[in-house]
Design a protein around this ligand. Structure first.
Ligand code: ADP
Ligand code: MG
Length: 243
């Protein structure tokens, strides 16, 4: 069974159809990069997968749970799906440790000592062990985004969704965040990531999906996706981003 299976998903905002029959599966351990122009529905797709947005048609199944079934307890889904956004949204009045341990303590009722242990572990994974007692303001944007990744990892999710997490960073900080993502990927985490970093997508993803006008326009294995675009739309998109 696929970890995620979207069947013919339709999402509308009023009269605007933003996902127009999207079908996609994500296997356990798979890394899927989602690319496409602004407004093509990439963020909406991620938000639908973890139940942040209701859908108007189709079906989304995560780990055997029908996400769009009104009877489904979405908290159970969201506990198993981590999502990291462009803006890292750390709590400025909490230390790095407290930012990371908040969800495990509140949602999973993890004991404080064990929560601190988890914080140590996930901070080591993102290379920020020494920042455990720091406040977010004292960190660079790249370090804050790495803490946001650590915070997500602390819940030990089955799936991680990353939505353009390097887009707001100064160029010199992008590399360190991509390196952390690559490390998380290497450890076998299932990931769907929206990215403009085509080199990264090619190197790290197993599969690349190009969205256009709310549809999956083209998809394929990362190693040949960028070399032979089949559609004019992908060709022109790649022409614009690869310049
Ligand atoms: P992408 O991430 O590919 O840039 P989005 O999924 O953010 O695209 O947006 C796709 C379309 O959905 C856009 O036309 C956007 O204006 C619209 N949209 C996204 N979120 C909302 C919302 N909360 N309310 C109304 N329209 C929205
Ligand atoms: Mg987006």
């Amino acid at each position: 069974m696929s970890l995620v299976a979207c069947h013919d998903v339709v999402k509308r905002f009023g009269a605007n159809t933003v996902l127009d029959g999207v079908s996609i599966t994500i296997e356990r351990g798979e890394i899927v990069a989602i690319i496409g122009r602004s407004g093509s529905g990439k963020s909406t797709l991620l938000r639908c997968i973890n139940g942040l947005e209701p859908i108007q048609g189709g079906r989304i199944v995560f780990n055997g749970i029908v996400v769009n079934d009104p009877k489904t307890d979405l908290r159970a889904v969201r506990q198993r799906v981590g999502i990291v956004f462009q803006s890292y949204n750390l709590f400025p009045h909490l230390t790095v440790e407290r930012n990371i341990t908040l969800a495990p303590r509140v949602v999973k009722r993890t004991a404080p000592a064990q929560a601190r242990e988890i914080a140590r572990e996930v901070l080591a994974k993102v290379g920020l062990s020494e920042k455990i007692d720091a406040y977010p303001d004292s960190l660079s944007g790249g370090q804050q985004q790495r803490v946001a990744i650590a915070r997500s990892l602390a819940m030990a999710p089955d799936l991680m969704l990353f939505d353009e997490i390097t887009s707001a960073l100064d160029p010199e900080l992008v590399g360190e965040v991509l390196k952390v993502l690559e490390e998380v990927a290497r450890q076998g985490m299932t990931m769907a990531l929206v990215t403009h970093e085509m080199g990264f997508a090619r190197r790290v993803a197993h599969r690349v999906v190009f969205m256009h006008h709310g549809r999956i326009w083209e998809e394929g294995p990362a190693e040949r996706f960028f070399d032979a675009p089949r559609t004019q739309e992908l060709q022109s998109f790649l022409g614009a981003v690869l310049h």
